[in-house]
Every structure is written in C-alpha cells, then in structure tokens.
Write a protein that binds this ligand. Structure first.
Ligand code: PDD
Length: 281
C-alpha cells in the first residue's frame, strides 16, 4: 500500500509524520473520508467544499490548490488499486515547536492521503442486516460543524457502543433530542413515512451523505422534514437509519436494546441505500 505524505508517495508501512506535527500534539487538523466506488470518489466536490470550510473555520491554509488535491486523491486511489473502498485525507496546521499559539505563517500545513479497499459485498450485506445504536449524553464541543480530527469523545462513545454490542452511539442533547452518531448522522422515518433529520445548523456535522439524501428524497418525492427528534420519538418511529460516507444508508433496528418498528431493516432505509449511488455525484 502507498500513502501520500507532504508531497511524496511513500510505502504505507513507512509513511510517517513528524513528532511535532500539530495534529499529533494538539489534534490541530481536519479530515475527510470519501467513499470510492468503481475507482471513483463519491461526492468528491461536496467533500472538498466541506474540507475548505473546515480549514477556513480554523484558519488553516489550503494545503494546495483544489485541482492539485484532486490529482493526489485520484493518484492515491490508483496506486492502491482501489476499486471499492475509502479514501482518507487529513490536513493539519503543520510542524512547529510545541506552542499553543499558531505557528508562523511561513509554516506550511501538513497533508496525508491514504486509500484502502473494502469488500463491498460483505460490508453491504452486514449493513443491510441493520445495526443497533445506544444513546449517550452529548459531551462534545459546540463546533461539531468542523470536521476536526479531535475525535476523543467520539472514540469513547463508539467503544462504549461496541462493548454494548451496538454499532453506533447517538448523542442526546440536554433537551432529550438526538444530535447525531459518533461518526454518522441520525434519521428516523415517521408512521406517515416522513423522513426526519436534525437541522445541520444545530449541533451536528453537515454530512455529505445527508446532503445527497436530501437531493434524493426531493427527486423521489419523499416527504422530508429537517427538525430535531427526541430519543422517545426515535424509539416509537417506524424506521431509523444512519448515514455517512462509510455507512451510506444503514438501517437501525434497535435503540438502547429496544426494537425499532418490527425490529427489521425498514423499506425506506433499504430503498434509499440501494438507490443512493444513482443520486450521488
Ligand atoms: N464520519 N457526523 C459525524 C460526527 C461524522 O464523523 C460523520 C462522518 C458524519 C457523516 O458525514 P458524511 O456523510 O459526510 O460522511 C456525521 C466519517 C465517515 C468518519 O469519521 O469516519
């Protein structure tokens, strides 16, 4: 396997960043994860737009022009012979002597790109069987709109989910409303068939998969509502599902051990999952 590290393609096993990389010392960086299908990145433009936004919110310089970045992404996918899989991109504020203040403007941001294959049939079959989620109190910083590599709270709740036999943890805000998962956006389907997800302006990451799903729902003339939903409403919902570049649309069949609907993956979620790539760009 091959990784791109600060201007060079290197063997994955030997790919390394400096011990004073600000990503390593301060989690001072951002990332994107993009699905690859048939060797092509899904929703590349939306991911790169969000990357630029995350960088600008943190006042980290663009590591390179977007056209060059696209070449690096494609080249990393090609060199790893990825047909189906994911590409990962991380940009940090660069390498400088440890000091909380931003380093001098002459320090270039550091960039890493990796790509790996996944067994699409196997991952797909597992996802279509549905997953369980647990609920946990929201404990992250308020700037979850930035796709920051500071993921310690997410790591802890995902591990907690795993130990509880679940796949994902849904964060719940102080008012009892679901924000999102540790690495996915959260959705429910009401008795009337309306798809509901929390507004992107409040306490969640604006998922690229989420945005594409909005386009899709519109095209398919499905009813979609952007509003907060409570854990109680989710537990009574007809269906629930999660979305992310790594999950596409994955049905949720249980919340805190309680079956959602009939406890089987729902038709809306499965339908959206199966048709997703017709709508993604
Ligand atoms: N996670 N919310 C959070 C907190 C996320 O970390 C992610 C993505 C999403 C979904 O965003 P998108 O649809 O753009 O993938 C929502 C990535 C996949 C990860 O950390 O692995």
């Amino acid at each position: 396997r091959i990784a791109y590290v600060n201007g060079r393609y290197v063997r994955h096993a030997e790919a390394a960043v400096h011990i004073e990389d600000r990503g390593y010392q301060f989690a001072d960086g951002v990332y994107e994860v993009c699905e690859v299908v048939g060797g092509v990145m899904i929703d590349e433009t939306r991911h790169l737009t969000r990357l630029r936004r995350s960088l600008s919110e943190l006042q980290i310089r663009d590591p390179m022009p977007e056209t060059a970045l696209k070449v690096v992404l494609r080249e990393t996918i090609r060199r790893n012979r990825v047909r189906d899989g994911i590409v990962y991109l991380q940009v940090t504020r660069g390498v400088a002597r440890r000091d909380h203040y931003f380093p001098s403007a002459s320090i270039p941001p550091a960039i890493v790109v990796t790509a790996r294959s996944t067994d699409r049939a196997k991952v797909g079959a597992a996802a279509e069987a549905g997953v369980s989620v647990i609920t946990v109190p929201e404990n992250r910083w308020p700037r979850v709109d930035i796709k920051s590599v500071a993921l310690l709270p997410n790591v802890l709740v995902k591990q907690q989910a795993k130990e509880a036999g679940a796949k994902e943890a849904w964060y719940v805000d102080a008012d009892g409303f679901v924000t999102e998962g540790g690495s996915t956006n959260a959705w429910i389907v009401t008795e009337k068939g309306t798809i509901v997800t929390r507004p992107a302006e409040s306490g969640i990451l604006r998922g690229v998969t989420r945005t594409t799903l909005f386009d899709m729902a519109r095209d398919l003339q499905m009813r979609i509502e952007e509003r907060p939903f409570s854990v109680e409403e989710a537990k009574r919902a007809k269906e629930a599902f999660i979305t992310a570049a790594t999950a596409i649309v994955t049905p949720v069949t249980a919340i805190d051990g309680k079956p959602v609907g009939d406890g089987k993956p729902g038709p809306a979620a499965l339908g959206l999952r199966r048709r997703f790539h017709e709508f993604a760009e």
